[in-house]
Design a protein around this ligand. Structure first.
Ligand code: SF4
Length: 460
């Protein structure tokens, strides 16, 4: 019987059906970080339990880590405490940790794929909502809460409800200036921020197939913002080429054997889906949010089509029928697990080259990992940003959530390449976030206001 990747991975990892009706699922890879793990380790300690599979558990610091001054102890007492706790817990349980000074530190969803830890056919769990990112490589990846982090640490298993699968096809060519970020914002705008509840999203179609793994990660990353529990793309030649030679990927004959198996776990032709929707890539515009969730978005040249979201409009300072284009910005943030990879920085740098950040705008580039940072520095990309007046920071989550000193103040308006725009997300209760692609953020930083990136793209 033809089947979906979702069902094949689910079945292969099912330990048993629990009396609650949930499935006990074996977790192939558990990623942890400094914010959601300390309480989980404390609970483990209270029970006298050990980590069941330290060999399948990997840790990094990302959420609270400072991006400017990394000398220890950190000036931020909370950051030092959380980092110290993770370091102690990992030492005690024999877990591989990339801490602030380590060459492979970075945002957990950036380093997993980068190091080849994320592989097709895996089940992956992490105490962070955007774990769906890893689905870009054909894995089933779930964001979990702190008590579930404890469960996975103790048993390497999770209790989960089975999901339905919605196939989302995007077909055709994206126009110049339209990126993976615009694709996922458009999908969420149409299907709604609750539209994916109870579903895993399977992305396919010629547009998705033509995307790099980085672009697929941007799409899968925001599945959770559309309400889906997971999002994935079937593994293909692009996936295998991405993984070849990565540190934790199989090597030599083992890689070839793995590829043979990875091919079999992709959804079969004729696989049953619970729902199907399709999008035309040619109709997708550079997209920007105007409201307080990622579904409240609009094409940059379109009028805001809010039906009744008066509170969101008032908070953001927009009016129904008005435009986001032309909105002055105070801060520009390029980074996060959605758009903090090298290809994101390359695309943004194309816009920046030869320009200066507008007067009065604070512009930050925060690489998703130290590896991204090193590559950008070696290739001259970092200098391009610095020459244009951007601040070049150390790797971490930074202003995506403002847990470290990188925060909005007052009612600042921020053009951001991250994934969430609710009130207070960037550290100021009255700060305002406009989500968009990294290229759009770069264009806004240069112009000092939201602009249509297509007007600034240099000739090839
Ligand atoms: S970059 Fe933002 S969304 Fe991604 S893991 Fe960090 S805080 Fe979460």
């Amino acid at each position: 019987m033809p089947d979906t990747l979702f069902q094949k991975i689910w079945d292969a990892h099912t330990v048993r059906t629990l009396p609650s009706g949930q499935t006990q699922l074996f977790v192939g890879l558990h990623l942890i970080h400094e914010v959601t793990s300390p309480q989980a380790f404390d609970m483990l300690r209270q029970h006298g339990w050990r980590v069941a599979r330290p060999d399948r558990t990997f840790a990094t610091v990302d959420h609270i880590v400072p991006t400017l001054e990394r000398q220890r102890p950190f000036l931020d007492v909370m950051a030092e405490e959380m980092t110290g706790a993770l370091e102690r817990n990992c030492r005690e349980h024999g877990i591989n940790l990339w801490s602030a000074a380590d060459a492979d530190q970075g945002i957990v969803h950036v380093i997993g794929p980068e190091l080849g830890l994320t592989q097709p056919g895996m089940t992956i769990a992490c105490g962070d909502s955007h774990t769906s990112t890893h689905g870009a490589l054909g894995a089933l990846a779930f964001g979990i809460g702190t008590s579930q982090v404890r469960d996975v640490l103790a048993s390497q298993c999770l209790a989960l409800e089975p999901l339905k699968v919605r196939r989302i096809d995007v077909n055709g060519r994206l126009a110049s200036g339209v990126y993976a970020k615009d694709v996922i914002l458009t999908i969420i705008r149409r299907l709604g921020v609750q539209g994916g509840v109870g579903f895993a999203y399977e992305y396919g179609g010629t547009t998705i197939e033509a995307m790099s793994i980085d672009e697929r990660m941007t799409v899968c990353n925001m599945s959770i913002e559309g309400g889906a529990r997971a999002g994935y793309v079937n593994p293909d030649e692009t996936t295998f080429a991405y993984l070849r030679g990565r540190r934790f990927a199989p090597a030599g004959d083992a890689f070839d054997r793995a590829v043979r198996w990875w091919r079999t776990i992709a959804s079969d032709a004729g696989a049953p889906y619970d729902d199907r929707v399709a999008f035309d890539a040619a109709a997708i515009e550079p997209t920007v949010t105007w409201g307080l969730n990622p579904g409240q978005s609009v094409g940059v040249r379109e009028p805001i089509d809010a039906a009744s979201e008066d509170e969101a409009l008032a908070f953001m300072g927009f009016t129904r029928g008005g435009q986001v284009q032309g909105t002055p910005i105070d801060v520009a943030f390029i980074g996060s697990c959605t758009n903090g990879r090298l290809s994101d920085l390359e695309e943004a740098a194309r816009l920046v080259r030869g320009h200066r950040v507008a007067r009065g705008v604070q512009a930050l580039v925060v690489p998703g990992s130290q590896a991204v940072s090193r590559e950008a520095e070696a290739s001259g990309l970092a200098q391009t940003f610095i020459d244009a007046g951007f601040e070049w920071r150390g790797a971490g989550c930074s202003m995506c959530l403002g847990m470290n000193p990188d925060r909005l103040t007052g009612r600042q308006m921020c053009a951001s390449s991250s994934n969430r725009n609710f009130k207070g997300r960037q550290g100021s209760p009255t700060g305002r976030t406009l989500l968009m692609s990294p290229a759009m953020v770069a264009a806004a930083a240069i112009a000092g206001e939201v602009v249509d990136v297509r007007t600034l793209i240099p000739e090839p």
